[in-house]
Design a protein around this ligand. Structure first.
Ligand code: COA
Length: 150
């Protein structure tokens, strides 16, 4: 079940920060960082939560500024992966980007993130550029783009 635009309550930020820690380790966003994103809803942010048995098991965060949207975050707890949650969250963000009139959607992804790359490319994202040593551990990031206007 996806809950759209969660209320800005402290517990949501705490649960999302737990997901961040599990999914991204030291690079996961803190509760304060997550709360700052939730504070941007709905002006510049659109946030979706993936709930499993009532608990936050994944989340997705879109930034929309001008005519460009950017996927800021997409994460699903390992126990919930492989069941369509990631794709549903991503498609929810893309629907919102279209609804807001975005012309394209951008995102950054580590060049060795096989699962995420397969998901994004499967939804039509194409490579735009490479950011060398973008991450703290020295991995490159790929910048992917999805044009929304035809
Ligand atoms: C990337 C992520 C969000 C995918 O979530 P998920 O719920 O497992 O994804 P889905 O079940 O919706 O799978 C959608 C597609 O992703 C791809 N995919 C998912 N897991 C994969 C894997 N282990 N290997 C290869 N491709 C994979 C497939 O193309 C899949 O489509 P298919 O089932 O039709 O083959 C999840 O792996 C995750 O949270 N990873 C850690 C955080 C992260 O890397 N986020 C992205 C940062 S840019």
């Amino acid at each position: 079940m996806i809950r759209v635009e969660p209320p800005r309550e402290g517990s949501d930020a705490a649960r999302v920060a737990d997901v961040e820690a599990v999914c991204f380790g030291a690079e996961g966003w803190s509760e304060a960082a997550v709360r700052a994103e939730l504070d941007g809803v709905p002006d510049t942010r659109h946030v979706l939560l993936w709930l499993a048995r009532g608990e936050v098991a994944g989340w997705a965060d879109l930034m929309v500024v001008g005519d460009v949207a950017e996927v800021m975050r997409l994460a699903v707890l390992p126990s919930g992966r492989g069941a369509g949650a990631g794709r549903a969250l991503l498609r929810g963000l893309l629907d919102e980007a279209r609804r807001r009139g975005s012309e394209r959607v951008l995102l950054e992804v580590a060049d060795d993130n096989v699962a995420a790359l397969a998901l994004y490319r499967g939804e039509g994202f194409v490579d735009l550029s490479r950011r060398r040593a973008y991450y703290a551990d020295g991995r490159d990031a790929l910048v992917l783009a999805l044009p929304l206007t035809m």
